[in-house]
Structure formats: C-alpha cells, structure tokens
Design a protein around this ligand. Sequence first.
Ligand SMILES: [Zn+2]
Length: 405
Amino acid sequence: MFSLTPEAAESRLPVARRTLERLRQVPELAPRYRDSQDIRTLDDIAALPPLLKDDLNAALAHLRPRAENGATWLFQSGGSTGAPKLGHAPTGFYMAGVHAHWQPLDRDDVFVNAWGAGRMWGAHFLAAALADLSGCQVIALGSVTKDEYAEWLAFFAAREVTAIGGTPSVLGLWFARARAAGLELPDLRKVLWLGEAWQPQLEEDMAAVAPEARRWGMFGSTETWVVGTNTPHCPADTFHTLPHQLVHVGEDRLLDFTALDPEMLNPVLRYRTGDAGRLVECPCGRPGRALRVLGRRDSVVQVRGLGLHVDEVIARAERETGVSRAQVVISETGGRAGSVEVLLLTAPGATVDAERLRKELLTETFTLSTAFQHDPENFRVRPVADLIGNDRTGKTSGLVVLEER
Ligand SMILES: [Zn+2]
C-alpha cells in the first residue's frame, strides 16, 4: 500500500524513473535492476528490489550528485546504531516543500534552534531553513553543556521565547532540568522535534514547565529528508506525508521511501530505513492517508549467538515505577558480547529496586538467561544519572554497542 493514490503520484513518476536510470549506472547495483521494468505505475515501483543503507552509499560514491542551484551539503547518518553513511542535500534542504504544507512557526515567534550544529548532522540546518521561510526570530543555540542549562533557561524566559526545537532526547534534558529547578517558560507555545520518537516523560515535564506548549513533529532521515509532519492534533507517532515523498508499506509492515522531488540529490528509490509503519486515517481529521510509525524492525541484536529483542527489554524496564527511560548497553570484545547492561534513568527522587528487576529480566528473557547461564554477573541492571548519548546528533539510542579492546 502506498501513501499516495495512483492519480496523485502519476505526474511525479518521471522522477522515480530518472532515479532508476541513475541507479542502473552504479556498477555494484546494475545487475539487480537488469530485469526491472521501467516505472509506469506505482506497482512497478513496488516490484523493484529495496535499497538499503549500504546500497545508497555505494550509489552516492559512484554518482557524486551535485545541486543545480546553490551548494551541495554533505551530511552523515548513522553512528548511533550503525556505521556512518553519507547523504547529500542542496541549499534549503527541501524545506520550501515542507513549509508549503506545514507552518509551525510564524513571524511573531522567537525560536530556539537547539539541534546540535556542525559535525555533519543535518537537523540544525534544516530547522534553520524552516525558520528562514517563517520569518521568525531565531536563536541559533545548538548543543550546550550540563552546567549551562540554568543560565540559558533564564535567558529564554527573559527573551520571551515562544518556540524551541531539538531531538526528543535533548528536549527531554531541557524540560527535565527546568522542572527540577522550578523554572517556567510561560511564553513557550511550540516544541518542534525530529530525529527520534516522542517520549512520554518529555510530555510530562513539558506540561509542568510550559503548560501552553504543544508538540510539532517531523519524521524523516538523513537520506530521505523530511517525509512527513504532524500537528498538536495528531498522535505523536502519526505523520502526514508530503506529496513529494512516496511511502510504501511492504511485508512485515516494513516501510520504504521513494523521493518524487526533482531536486532530490540522494537516489532514494524503495529505500528502507528499517522503520515499520501503517497507513492510517489520522484522528485530527485531515483527509488522506497518514503514516503511523511503529518503530524499528531491526531492534533484534545477536548476543552470544542468540537474538535479543532490545525494544522488549527496554519496554519491560520502562514499565518499572520510577524509571523514566532505559537503555541496553552491550560491551563486545572481538564481536562477542562480554556483558549486557540495562541502564535506568530514574525520575528525580525515585528509587528503583535494580536487583529485583535484574532477576526478573533474567528469568523472563530466554536470550539473557541462556546467554549468561554460566556468568550471570555479566548481565547487570544499574540506575544512572545520564544515559549514553550521541554527542554529534543529540540522540539517545535504545541500544549502544561498545567495542572493548
Ligand atoms: Zn493528523
């Protein structure tokens, strides 16, 4: 099933046809497209082999795309859960197409751009392009260190900041720290987010710090750029896809993406990010098919030859009273898991019985009890003050794999 009707997609199919021609020029990929039909209908797209991250990297290395107008920006994706890969974008980051359908900011807004800037991460610049189109006041903040929060929060209140944007992990830090310090942001109305799923703890802290604030989400990736957006009237996991982004729901609800924007530099044609989803009617009442994102399908990792469902372990730990977020950390030596740790970020003042949770996880999870049968001490559960974050992107992944020497 596709996010667009055949009628809505028809006039944009030449873009997909050109992408197929480009991919056929890539020596590593040419053989797999040899028997593919030319793209005349959506069904022809569904019949193509899916493109994975490594394929896209091979294609970009060969094609070296260039923007028609303005500069070609190079960004890096991955790094949280996989090896870094490159992605390209022209000046403007396709945000004019997003702004035409989604305007969370307006001229009267004072917007704090709290996505990390630099280090080849795209979100800060993409948000800056949106702010430019909105004509608002921009405070280009980027990431800050721990001891800077209080001072910046006071500055936001004094400047009557009305909007802030970042990854949910970074926003979570801002609101948790403001709440713990008893600070309020009475003028804040809009919280823009992109890069991770929305977090329930963030919702709670936001309500305490800025009761008038509402969330405005974007969904996408460094390869596809923004695929869909939502408003405070939509569920946090449901996004309205843009007309130049074709989303296909395939087997096992795996999503693949096809860019239908003629300016698109990355050859995105049935590109799979590992995300799963469904096409639904959004409760906000906006007509057309919306995309409900169900999380990633690649959350199963190998621990000593057995598959561990990381999302299930995290969900179990996060059901525990006092735990606001959990993270699984696997320490490997030469590709073998030496230990598995579940880190628990606890709510201020809460105490968690980590040892009881550890025993329960061990008994309930076949992979853990079997893998650590002879050395159960190498499976640990530990409350922490901070989870392990990615300094570059400000994301906090549910799974971290540490390579030990
Ligand atoms: Zn909606």
